[in-house]
Write a protein that binds this ligand. Sequence first.
Ligand code: F6R
Length: 243
Amino acid sequence: MEVVVVSTPEEAARVAADAYSVLLRDTPSAVLGFATGSTPLPLYRELIRRHREEGLSFARARAFLLDEYVGLPAGHPERYREFIRGELEQHVDFAADAIVGPGDLDVAPLDAGPAYEQRIRAAGGIDLQILGIGSDGHLAFNMPMSSLASRTRLKTLTPRTRQDNARFFDGDIDQVPTHCLTQGLATILDSRHAIMLGFGRGKAQAVREAVEGPLSSRWPASVLQLHPHATVVVDDDAASQLA
Ligand code: F6R
């Protein structure tokens, strides 16, 4: 694991965007992994800028999302697939249907995990996966106590997660889906290069546990200690509890 401490999220975005640029220059048909949430937004803005100003092209690339709610209708603004469409896809040159989320497969939710794993395998695996980290150390929807060997699967959202996410649903927990599909921690470990971003003091403990703590399902992001090529890019605040 390599840890890169930078001053601002924008600087972190440039570090991560460099990895995307190099990969796409060398392998235009690369398979990318995208996360949602606020953390990757500076990266997506930087990728859009490079597309517009420097010719960075996604035309031959494919991409997979980390996770998705179950039960939201197609086009619902809180679907993670819609988030990626609005924050990245519609501003660059991905081919139609090049981006797939775990909720996009035409199968029952219980079958979606294995089917998604098969789709990722058939694409040749994920070359570069971007990750955020939750303040409790979660990765994707792998909350504390998730199996370190987990694969993409259907999960029941905890009351705490639904309450946390109610702010995106008019503050109404009843509108928050009860289930999600998420790549597992072992799925994330299969990516050839994983870049985890973390910004702000609220992430400092989780970053410390992920980087320096014991490998433990209590802090799911600590699984990255097992990743053959993991890069953690954090700002000074998120790095403030590192030794
Ligand atoms: C994103 C995801 C989540 C977020 C995490 C951090 O697809 O699955 O694990 O990365 O909740 O969220 P933000 O970036 O909003 O702090």
